[in-house]
Write a protein that binds this ligand. Structure first.
Ligand SMILES: Cc1cc2nc3c(=O)[nH]c(=O)nc-3n(C[C@H](O)[C@H](O)[C@H](O)COP(=O)(O)OP(=O)(O)OC[C@H]3O[C@@H](n4cnc5c(N)ncnc54)[C@H](O)[C@@H]3O)c2cc1C
Length: 359
């Protein structure tokens, strides 16, 4: 019997395992470091104090035939086609690499020691545990995760002064209408924005900017992007400069065709454009990859993965949201939906993403 091992049970890995168990007669093993599925796209809510539903992976795979292994993948032997999970060896015919990503400190001194992140469950829990009753929380970054974290913290903790520090204006890739709305929401929530500032160092109680200015802060939240695990690079699998596995049009590693990569850990280009690290791309990649593997097992060659963008969805606390129409290449169009309706759409999408993965 063919052995397919999926490593990582986040949005992409869990979907891939479920679809592979349904579409093939292979033995599917799913390996994940934690016993529960983490709704990563809600981690800013968790950090701000909301209690997320606990979703055991064992419940999700019950009755599917998937063998669930809870443990951390320590190494991949790509030549021997086996992985080490906390000392236990698991062999594979096909490996689906779906290990996701973590916060990227970008090599800035003091981030690891003095800043918090919302990129993983343990990180977000650590942040919520140290949030003071009052004081300054500085969110470093101006992308979508930074905006979601800053608005959530400001809404849930009105006694905190939330400040964003970013090299560019927050949401600079959004349309003018969207940026205007962001400005209004930041004003309502009292969020201070320091755009055009670059952080050189993070101290326990201050940020040092590249021009030498020191900004006092009680808590720093670092949200300047994601980096991926080193396991693929260490195994000699071809990766890009960020450690993401370079795949062909069918999500298969160029260097090791028995390894497929999906989600944040894969660098994927469609029509020459690199897809962004997002749940919005991770889930379709996983659906596609299960079909591609099933097709190959059945002796047919799959069509390449196709993808186009339609919207970007951003939560702005629990009562407001922003849905930005984008073109196929992720460039903003003028149309935006904002306010409570925007928040409702975003909530629907977040629920749908979890539902698709768990079932
Ligand atoms: C606060 C926040 C908000 C976000 N909001 C959005 C949004 O609104 N829309 C959107 O499209 N994207 C959003 N994202 C990005 C999105 O969460 C990721 O792109 C998505 O989770 C990627 O899916 P994945 O399957 O690649 O990885 P993940 O969902 O991160 O799953 C990876 C899994 O691998 C496991 N793992 C890692 N290393 C090991 C190991 N060595 N051994 C065993 N298991 C391991 C992890 O425990 C995890 O279960 C957000 C991210 C954050 C942090």
């Amino acid at each position: 019997m063919t052995n397919i091992v999926v490593i990582g049970a986040g949005y992409s890995g869990l979907i891939a395992a479920h679809r592979l168990a349904k579409r093939t007669t292979a033995h599917v093993t799913l390996v994940n470091a934690a016993a529960d599925f983490v709704e990563r796209i809600r981690l800013h809510q968790h950090a701000a104090g909301e209690n997320l539903r606990v979703r055991p992976l064992a419940d999700s795979v019950r009755g599917t035939g998937i063998e669930l292994v809870i443990g951390r993948v320590r190494a991949i032997d790509a030549a021997g086609k086996k992985i080490d999970v906390d000392g236990r060896t698991i062999g594979y015919d096909t490996l689906v690499y779906a290990l996701g990503s973590a916060a990227d400190d970008r090599g800035i001194p003091g981030v690891a020691e003095n800043a918090h992140t919302v990129a993983g469950h343990a990180d977000a829990t650590a942040l919520r545990e140290v949030l003071p009753a009052s004081g300054i929380v500085t969110v470093v970054g101006g992308g979508l995760t930074a905006i979601e974290a800053a608005t959530e913290l400001a809404e849930q903790h009105p006694n905190l002064h939330v400040r964003m520090v970013a090299g560019h204006a927050p949401g600079n890739r959004l349309s003018a209408k969207a940026r205007q709305h962001l400005g209004r929401v930041f004003g309502r929530l009292g969020i201070e924005v320091r755009a055009g500032a670059r952080v050189a160092k993070v101290l326990p109680d201050a940020l040092v900017l590249t021009d030498g200015e020191e900004l006092p802060t009680d808590i720093t939240v670092w949200t300047t992007g994601f980096r991926v695990p080193e396991l693929a690079r260490q195994a000699g699998v071809q990766t890009d400069h960020n450690g993401r596995i370079v795949v062909d049009g069918t999500q298969r590693s160029f260097s090791h065709p028995d390894i497929y990569a999906i989600g944040d850990s894969a660098v994927v280009r469609v029509d020459g454009q690199e897809l962004r690290m997002a749940c919005a791309t991770a889930e379709p990649m996983a659906e596609y990859t299960a079909k591609a593997i099933a097709a190959r097992l059945a002796g047919t060659e799959p069509e390449p993965f196709g993808y186009r963008y339609f919207i970007q969805c951003i939560s702005l606390g629990r009562k407001d949201g922003l849905v930005q129409r984008v073109d196929a290449f992720d460039r903003p169009k003028e149309k935006v939906i904002t306010g409570r309706f925007g928040a409702l759409i975003k909530e629907g999408i977040v629920r749908g993403a979890g539902w698709a993965a768990l079932r």
